[in-house]
Structures are given as C-alpha cells and as structure tokens.
Design a protein around this ligand. Structure first.
Ligand code: PEP
Ligand code: MG
Length: 578
C-alpha cells in the first residue's frame, strides 16, 4: 500500500500553464507559501490611539526603507518602475488618512486598521475589474509587509539556492528577492503573460510558467522540467523525458548562439539592396531581445501598458522614465512611440461598453476627448525627445480623418507651449506620423502624406476594416487573412502615394512578420518593416536569400491575384523554391 502510494507520488505528471518567461530548465522544486496574516481583534482604548498611529507610521517608514534598499541594486527600468509604484502606494496620503481614521475613530489597533483599509481597496478592485490580479497582488503584498512591521514579525522568505520556485502567486518584490537566491525557474499557479511577476522574470532571464492550475500537485523537492516558452511543466520526469529536456536545453543554447551570429549579418538582399528591420515592443524588458536580434530601433512602441499596468497614466514622470529607458536601450537607433491606443480589444477604464468597440471610441478618437491625458503624453514624449535629439518619432493610432491629424498637431503645439511656461524649452521637433489602419486613410494616403512626416501601415486593423472581419472573433477567423488580395491592392496604393510625396513608409502590422509577405512588401517598395523580435530572424533570413528582382516578380504576381487560393499557391511556390 505504502509502496503504491510512493510510486504514484513519483509518477511523471504533465501540467500546462501559460508561457511566462522563455527558457527551459530542470531542477528541484522549492515550494513557497506566504504566511497567513493574523491581525489583532478587539478595540483599543483612547489612550492607545497615539501609540498605534505611531506604530503605523513606523511600519510605513520601514516598508519604504526596505523598498528603497531594493531599488538601489536595480538597473532594469521596468523593475524600478514597479518598485516605485509600491512606494507611491505607501506614500498615498488618502491611504494614510484612512488608516489613521480607523485607529482614531473606530478604535482599531494598527494592524487591523491596515487590514480593513486595504480590504476596502481590494473590494473596489474586485468590483471594477476581474482582470486586475496584479494590482491586488501588489496591494496584498504592501498590506502584509505593513502588518508584519507593525507586529515586529518578519518571516524570512527563504528558498533553497538553484531550485525552481513554485508559488500560488508572487509579488514583483518577491521575485526580485528570490532571484538573489539564484532560482533556476518560477512556476506560478496564477497570473498570465503580462502579470508583473512574469515581466520581472523575463527581465531577469528566469524561465517561468504561469497560470498553472494544478501547481499544487507539485511537492517540495520534486524534480521538475519547466518549459517557459510553452508554459509546460513535467513533474518527476522519467529518464527519457529528462533526456528530452536536457537535449532541448542544449538545442536552445545552440540556437541562441546561431541566431545571434546570423543577426549580425548585414540587412541586404542577395543582390545588395538594403532593408531596415525594427522591433515592435511594449515593455522595457524586451530590450534585451531587441539587442540580440539586432533590430535597428523600435518601429512601434505600444504605450497602452503604461496605463494598464500602472494605473497612473497621467503621471508624467513615470512615462518619461519608461520612454527614456527605451531610448537608452536602443542607442543609436530611432524609436517610434505610438500614442496611447485604447479601446477596441484594449481595455480602458474610462471606456463604456459599446456595441461595436472596434468601430467606436478608440485610439485618437478617445485621445481627442481626453485632452489632458493626450497633452500629458505628448509632454512626456517631447521632454524625452529633447534628451535624445533626432531619435524619436511620434505615431498617432486609429486616424480616420484629416481633421484629427490637424487637431493632434495643435495639441502638440499647446503641450510645447505649456512646457515652456513651466520653464522647459523643447527645441526638438520629432517627426510626426500616422498609422494607416483605417481604409479612409489608405484611400487618401496622398493627402495624409502631405500633412505628416511618415506613414506606418497597421495591417492588423487595416485588414479587419477592409474585409469587415472582427480580428478577434473566432467564429470568422478563417476570413481574417492579412494576405487577402484586396489588402495587397490597397497597400500598393499607399506605397505609390507615399513614394509620390517622398514620405517614408513602413509596415508595423503582423503582415511584416510573415517572411514571404515581407519579401512581397519589399518587392512592392516598402523596405522598412517592424515586427515582434521573435519573428525578425526568419524574416531577415528570407529577405537575405532573395534578390530584389525576385521579390518584385513575387509582388507583381500577388497583385494580379483576385482570390486567396491564388495567393496561397504563389506563397507555397515561393517557399518550396527554397
Ligand atoms: C495594427 O493595427 O496593425 C497595429 C500594428 O496596431 P495594433 O495591433 O496595436 O492595433
Ligand atoms: Mg492597430
């Protein structure tokens, strides 16, 4: 019986979660569980109020000192920002006032007052959004630290060196602290790819699988094989599985070395025509992969996460820190910052439920209604531009009319003047461009080219609007293909318009990350492409092995096609040729 039980416990178990941070590793599991937070019950006497407020105040100061110490060793801007967010929360005057009121007026001891007030914050959070796991992890983490300091009870969160950490959830602070124990990997029961813990894990190059529902099946000391690229975890791997993972680790190291070497080759077609490949990114910790694949700067910096993650979009300083980190990390290349593109599939608190969100209040439409938010972002961008002359470009999303372009330009002038009134002179005039992602702009590309410094085609949205196919609707996903003949014809029209007006044109939608499409775009005359860093090496390889002449022939054939079947055939032939 005992033997059976033991056998079962040693059986290989396969679990799957989401990819949190790339990399494969094998090691011993180290379970981590936060201590349950016990708080005092009962009421305090009038004479104890001052003492309890003093305890709270001391706990705040000690928490702040702890975070500041943590900050001192950090270089990664994302990590710094996440710690700063916690510091801001602890310094929040409203929070302090509410805890003091609980102590003073409701006679609660300091620890229970903290518990009550943070509980109210967590309740509001739950009502507003069920997707705000990160915020609640942050808030719970601060709450627990404060209570621990009030009660002079600081449990040592210890983990064995070189093990794989398994936890239900982790706060950014915990990931940073545990990384000092050289953990080999992280497995988390909750969270997704964009959870703060995953972001920190990526920036620290620690493989991680997140959102693993059955993580509690892992026991302390179990051997686990973790694949952070797929989110897969194997507990107690058999010898054959272990060997498979060891091989994968070896391959991974080899591939990385190969890709890095290949990416160092020049961006040139086989007949010597140059092209430019830039990266689409959203987080500062992606900079490492930007450098590894040798992207020539950032063709699309999505800025939505500034709000979504930090809930302080209006905070100019935090925005500036983020932009500066990106410009620092991509020297000497250009960086295109796209203005906040909320709405559609990108959640934004102020937005109301709409019947057709993709046709609704999104991108520049929202920005022009939220002028302070827009001006704030423009100010942060202008101030950053001044520190990095000639490297920053501004891109406006979801433009559909010329009036919108003119209005944003006016607001940019206002932002510049307001900065001047505050004693900050910005001499830098960053090039101003618009996304070509609504058919009206594609059709009037000539006019838009006259009023802008560059155009960037967003094929993800352009396709959904041209084909009237919601890009996120699984029921009709077979109709959504960016290589549709109508899309190619429209792209050709935009290319001709931009060339006629001598305005630089690039593609930053997913189409650019498909190697054959990239050749077709190059053949059509678009030599600047921007894509996710993981796609860049394959695109580069395809562009390097063909001549521009071949690519021109490809694009001619594609433009003559009227149905998807023909396009598929042409693409197949092109790949078989290699
Ligand atoms: C696009 O629409 O092609 C694009 C790049 O923007 P997003 O995917 O962020 O909407
Ligand atoms: Mg778009």
């Amino acid at each position: 019986m005992e033997k059976n039980m033991k056998d079962r416990m040693n059986n290989e178990i396969s679990l799957s979660g989401s990819p949190g941070s790339p990399g494969i590793t094998i090691g011993k599991a180290s379970l981590y569980r936060r201590e349950d937070m016990a708080v005092s019950s009962g009421e305090i006497k009038d004479g104890e109020v001052g003492d309890q407020i003093g305890k709270f105040d001391k706990a705040r100061k000690r928490s702040l000192t702890g975070l500041q110490e943590l900050l001192e060793d950090q270089e990664d801007e994302t990590v710094i920002e996440l710690i700063n967010t916690q510091i801001e929360m602890i310094n929040d005057p409203d929070l302090c006032k509410r805890v003091e009121t609980e102590i003073r007026e409701h006679h609660q001891p300091a620890d229970s007052a903290i518990h009550t007030v943070f509980g109210e914050y967590l309740d509001i959070l739950k009502q507003n959004q069920d997707d705000l796991l990160d915020r609640s992890i942050d808030i719970t983490d601060i709450r627990d630290r404060l209570i621990q300091f009030v009660n002079y009870h600081l449990p040592q969160a210890e983990v064995e060196q070189n093990t794989i950490l398994v936890a239900k959830e982790l706060s950014p602070r915990e990931v940073i602290e545990f990384s000092e124990a050289n953990i080999k990997g992280i497995i988390m029961g909750r969270g997704g790819q964009t959870s703060h813990a995953a972001i920190i894990a990526r920036s620290m190059n620690i493989p991680a699988a997140v959102g693993l529902k059955n993580a509690d099946l892992i026991s302390d000391g179990n051997e686990v094989a973790l694949d952070g690229n797929t989110g897969k975890v194997i507990v107690n791997p058999r010898q054959s599985t272990r060997q498979k993972y060891e091989k994968l680790i070896e391959q991974q190291l080899k591939q990385q070395a190969e890709i890095e070497a290949f990416c160092a080759e020049p961006n040139e077609t086989s007949d010597g025509h140059s092209f430019t490949l830039r990266a689409n990114i959203e987080f500062a910790e992606e900079l490492d992969s930007v450098q590894k694949c040798r992207a020539e700067g950032i063709g699309l910096l999505r800025t939505e996460s500034i709000y979504l993650q930090r809930e302080h979009f209006g905070n100019l300083r935090m925005q500036e820190t983020f932009y500066k980190a990106i410009l620092e990390g991509t020297k000497p290349h250009p960086v295109t910052i796209r203005l906040f593109d909320a709405g559609g599939d990108k959640f934004f608190e102020m937005s109301q439920k709409e019947q057709n969100p993709f046709l609704g209040w999104r991108g520049v439409r929202m920005l022009l209604d939220e002028k302070e938010l827009l001006k704030n972002q423009l100010k942060a961008i202008l101030k950053t531009a001044n520190c990095f002359p000639g490297r920053l470009r501004i891109l406006v999303p979801m433009i559909s009319t010329l009036e919108e372009v003119l209005e944003v330009k006016e607001l940019m002038a206002d932002a510049r003047n307001e900065l001047k009134e505050d004693g900050i002179t910005v001499d830098e005039q960053p090039p101003f461009g618009v996304m070509v992602e609504v058919p009206s702009v594609a059709l009037q590309a000539k006019t838009f080219a006259e009023h802008t410094d560059f155009l960037s085609i967003g094929t993800n949205d352009l396709t959904q609007y041209v084909l009237a196919v919601d890009r996120g609707n699984e029921l009709i996903s077979d109709l959504y293909d960016q290589r549709h003949p109508a899309v190619w014809k429209l792209l050709k029209q935009v290319t001709d318009a931009a060339r006629g007006k001598n305005v630089p044109l690039s593609v930053c939608g997913e189409l650019a990350s498909d190697p054959v499409s990239a050749c077709c775009l190059m053949g059509m005359g678009i030599s600047e492409l921007s894509m996710g860093t993981s796609a860049l090496p394959a695109v580069k390889r395809m562009l390097r092995v063909h001549s521009l002449k071949e690519m021109q022939q490809l694009s001619r054939k594609v433009l003559e096609s009227e149905i998807m079947d023909d396009i598929n055939r042409i693409f197949r032939e092109w790949t078989q040729k290699n």
